[in-house]
Design a protein around this ligand. Structure first.
Ligand SMILES: Nc1ncnc2c1ncn2[C@@H]1O[C@H](COP(=O)(O)OP(=O)(O)OP(=O)(O)O)[C@@H](O)[C@H]1O
Ligand SMILES: [Mg+2]
Length: 244
């Protein structure tokens, strides 16, 4: 049984059928890259998965448990399923009035995940993991984009998500800072984290993912290993996308 199983996910905005029949599976400890042209539905998919949007159709199962079933929206409690998926945004979205340490420790404190001391110690461990030990007491506006994104990754990890999702985590960064952030994602992969990464970094998708999904026109037009997707693309849409 796959760890994450998404079946027939659909989302409309008004009359626009933005996502339809998106089905995917992912094993624990694997990394799935989502690629595709602008407007293909990548962000909408991640927002449905992280419950920032409510899908109109489909089922999301994690580790054998149904977290979401559009047919019976009210069946499950809200908090646990929200915490199953973490999300790291393109534009970091750190709280500007808080230090890195406060940004990382805030949500677990609100969720009463431990004593203040324990949460602080855990936050510092995560901050160290992303290479920001010397920036724990700095404010976001004094950090580089790459440092801010790494702080945002530590913040997402602090909620102990089962699956960590990233929406174009490096597209606001220059190549050097991109490398810093991708190295952190690679490190998390070595630790066995299950991750979904929307990315325009084709080298990263090719080298670091177990599966690649090509989202086109609101659906998974192709799904395969990096080798299959990049070396033998089947659809014309993917062939065109890769040639850009
Ligand atoms: N809240 C919304 N209301 C109406 N339409 C929306 C909404 N959010 C997204 N859309 C539409 O859904 C489609 C998919 O958008 P989405 O942001 O998911 O694409 P994307 O693949 O993430 O694109 P990009 O690569 O540019 O980030 C687009 O046509 C977009 O205009
Ligand atoms: Mg997007």
């Amino acid at each position: 049984m796959p760890y994450l199983e998404i079946t027939g996910l659909g989302k409309r905005f008004g009359s626009a059928d933005v996502l339809h029949d998106v089905s995917l599976t992912l094993n624990q400890g694997q990394i799935l890259s989502l690629i595709g042209p602008s407007g293909g539905g990548k962000t909408t998919f991640l927002r449905c998965l992280t419950f920032l949007e409510t899908a109109d159709r489909g089922i999301i199962r994690l580790n054998g448990e149904t977290l979401f079933d559009a047919a019976q929206k009210k069946a499950k409690g809200k908090r646990p399923r929200q915490q199953a998926f973490g999300l790291v945004f393109q534009a970091f979205h750190l709280f500007p009035q808080y230090t890195v340490l406060e940004n990382v420790a805030l949500a677990p404190a609100l969720a009463k995940k431990g004593t203040k001391e324990a949460l602080r110690a855990k936050a510092l461990t995560l901050i160290e993991k992303v290479g920001l030990a010397d920036k724990a007491d700095s404010y976001p506006n004094t950090l580089s984009g790459g440092q801010q994104q790494r702080a945002a990754i530590a913040r997402a990890l602090a909620m102990e998500p089962d699956v960590l999702c990233f929406d174009e985590p490096t597209s606001a960064l220059d190549p050097l800072l991109t490398k810093e952030v991708l190295n952190v994602i690679r490190l998390l992969r070595e630790e066995g984290r299950t991750m979904i990464v929307v990315t325009h970094e084709m080298t990263f998708a090719r080298e670091a993912s177990d599966q690649v999904a090509f989202l086109f026109g609101g659906t998974v037009a192709e799904l395969g290993t990096p080798k299959e997707i990049f070396e033998t693309p089947r659809t014309e849409a993917l062939q065109r996308f890769l040639q850009q």
